[in-house]
Design a protein around this ligand. Structure first.
Ligand SMILES: Nc1ncnc2c1ncn2[C@@H]1O[C@H](COP(=O)(O)OP(=O)(O)OP(=O)(O)O)[C@@H](O)[C@H]1O
Ligand SMILES: [Mg+2]
Length: 265
């Protein structure tokens, strides 16, 4: 028997913007229930890669496979319909909306009929609060609260819970923990583990090696648009991962340079 096809796979993806080659020959696989950490220094091409996966950009070459079948996304809506959800740094939710309302943007539950249909606020609130609770976030208990009043970690939790509630199978997180404190980042990491337990394929972009090591099963490091390393949990030490994330430079050398700059002043 052959193993199940990866839930999502990239084959030989390249991307150029005019004369600028941003990604070269990227091949990656993520299985259901697995977290892939996408690492790399600023400008390495991480966000461009996930924009291709989420239908924002078209690849210049290569293909995307979902459940082993080639797919092409003409728009972000297309990718969403195929179960690919992307959550950005600040959760992508709407600060001036209530929690319940933001949860259902575009898919509002209504009661009544025809022109008399109204947004069912109570039902929306109950569902949104429950969905977040199912991820272990118990401090959100009032769906009428404004999203803008939530902490960064709570917003991320809400955005992830929303994606999973509406049937996402692939969850892409572009630096969700970047602006968070220690406790809030821990919340988000716990939610990533929960999404994994539920069988989603997760692609997690981070600059923090501790966060990557806390949840990653599989790691890919991008350096100047190409995959410089691709390894599984336990195959590299923390120091090796840190050096790769710095674009392949030895971190000790970088630290020595910083020390030198201090000494000069
Ligand atoms: N639309 C575009 N047109 C031209 N160049 C682009 C475009 N989008 C991205 N780039 C370039 O592609 C490179 C990779 O950018 P990208 O945003 O993917 O990096 P990143 O790995 O996400 O970096 P960071 O860690 O800073 O978020 C950069 O040099 C960027 O300037
Ligand atoms: Mg980026």
């Amino acid at each position: 028997m052959t193993a199940a096809a990866p839930l999502i796979e990239l084959r030989h993806i390249s991307k150029s913007f005019g004369p600028i080659d941003v990604l070269q020959d990227i091949s990656l696989k993520v299985h259901a229930g697995e977290v892939l950490c996408l690492l790399g220094d600023n400008g390495a091409g991480k966000s461009t890669l996930i924009k291709i996966l989420s239908g924002v950009h078209r690849p210049s070459a290569g293909e995307i496979l979902l459940d082993g079948r080639p797919v092409a996304f003409a728009s972000p809506k297309d990718a969403q319909t195929c179960g690919i959800a992307t959550v950005h740094q600040f959760g992508g939710t709407f600060p001036l909306m209530s929690i319940g309302r933001s949860f259902f943007v575009g898919v509002e539950p209504t009661k009544g009929w025809g022109p008399f249909r109204v947004f069912d606020r109570k039902r929306a609130n109950t569902i949104a609060v429950q969905a977040v609770r199912d991820f272990g976030i118990t401090r959100i208990d009032d769906g009428d609260r404004l999203v803008g009043g939530l902490s960064g970690g709570e917003r991320q939790s809400l955005a992830i819970a929303r994606a999973v509630h509406f049937g996402a199978r692939v969850l892409i997180l572009d630096e969700p923990t970047a602006a968070l404190g220690v406790k809030q980042a821990a919340h988000v990491l716990r939610i990533i583990n929960e999404a994994k337990r539920r069988g989603l394929a997760v692609i997690f972009i981070t600059h923090q090696v501790t966060h990557a090591m806390a949840v990653g099963d599989h790691f890919a490091v991008l350096i100047r648009g190409a995959i410089a390393a691709d390894f599984r949990k336990g195959e590299r030490t923390r120091e090796e991962i840190t050096d790769l994330m710095a674009g392949g430079e030895i971190m000790a050398h970088i630290e020595a340079a910083i020390e030198g700059a201090h000494a000069d002043t």
